[in-house]
Design a binder for this molecule. Structure first.
Ligand code: NAP
Length: 249
């Protein structure tokens, strides 16, 4: 199990903290070479050192996922540096919450750009090399609220629901080429994103989780690692829910 991703190359977007970092560490611990990407390079040295404890031949790339040039640069760098891309984990994401009546155009557009359009662009770019290699794993980080809706998150829930449909379509387009595309939909996970919740909102959320606690980034990373593995080779277009029982589909 520990070496099951030996020599695989994985790009993980938004991987210097939170869920993305846990994914990078998990895949590295199974032998994959990781391209850590983030918009904030300050955390690169620390994250790279942690990842390299497991997988020495890993690297970093600074990229703002709202920028087309940045994303093109990321894929070009990965191909030149590692010679291939086996696994793409689209993890970078933000929230810009507000009730719809007061939601600004900028908050809608930014969430769509980071949480949805960047994934369309990156996936489009990796498809060709993955098709040539007749191998690929595309894993998109969705959210429980993309299934349930959530007051105050019209932008975020729409992007995450769109991501699920996008993943199914990609899965159908590339299924015959040895490439799978799946989602992991976390429930409420303890990261900077959920640290922003006020105590009242936190209590309300916990009351909806049968397991009674928030999940940890590592819980999500384990599901991603499974989808990245050869053991998940016959799964595509699916969503794995990691939510403490909050939603049972
Ligand atoms: P987080 O701690 O806030 O991390 C978000 C990541 O996205 C950061 O690494 C950040 O990188 C990156 N990012 C944001 N804007 C970017 C940009 N313009 N360009 C490049 N990277 C950018 O959040 P998290 O909780 O780990 O969330 C990770 C993913 O899980 C997101 O897609 C989120 O929607 C999803 N999710 C989270 C939860 C939860 O409860 N936490 C639940 C369901 C789904 P920088 O350091 O460069 O800002």
């Amino acid at each position: 199990m520990s070496e099951m991703l030996q020599d695989r190359v994985a790009i993980v977007t938004g991987s210097t903290r939170g869920i993305g970092k846990a994914i990078a560490l998990n895949l590295a611990s199974k032998g994959a070479k990781i391209l850590i990407t983030s918009n904030e390079p300050e955390l690169f040295p620390e994250t790279l050192a942690e990842v390299q404890k497991f997988s020495q031949d890993s690297d970093v790339f600074e990229a703002d996922v709202t920028s087309k040039e940045s994303l093109e640069g990321m894929i070009k760098f990965a191909q030149e540096r590692f010679g291939k891309i086996d696994i793409l984990v689209n993890n970078a994401g933000i929230t810009r919450d507000g009730l719809l009546m007061r939601m600004k155009d900028e908050d809608w557009d930014l969430v769509m750009s980071i949480n949805l359009r960047s994934i369309f662009r990156l996936t489009r770019q990796v498809m060709r090399p993955m098709m040539k290699a007749r191998y690929g794993r595309i894993i998109n980080i969705a959210s429980v609220v993309g299934y349930t809706g959530n007051a105050g998150q019209a932008n975020y829930t729409t992007a995450k629901a769109g991501l699920v449909a996008f993943t199914k379509t990609v899965a159908q387009e590339v299924a015959s080429r040895g490439i799978t595309a799946n989602c992991v939909a976390p429930g409420f996970i303890q990261t900077a994103m959920t640290d922003k919740l006020n105590p009242k909102a936190r209590e309300a959320i916990l009351s909806q989780i049968p397991m009674g606690s928030m999940g940890q980034p590592e819980d999500v990373a384990d599901a991603v690692a499974f989808l990245a593995s050869d053991q998940a080779g016959y799964m595509t277009g699916q969503t794995l829910h990691v939510n403490g029982g909050m939603l049972m589909t």
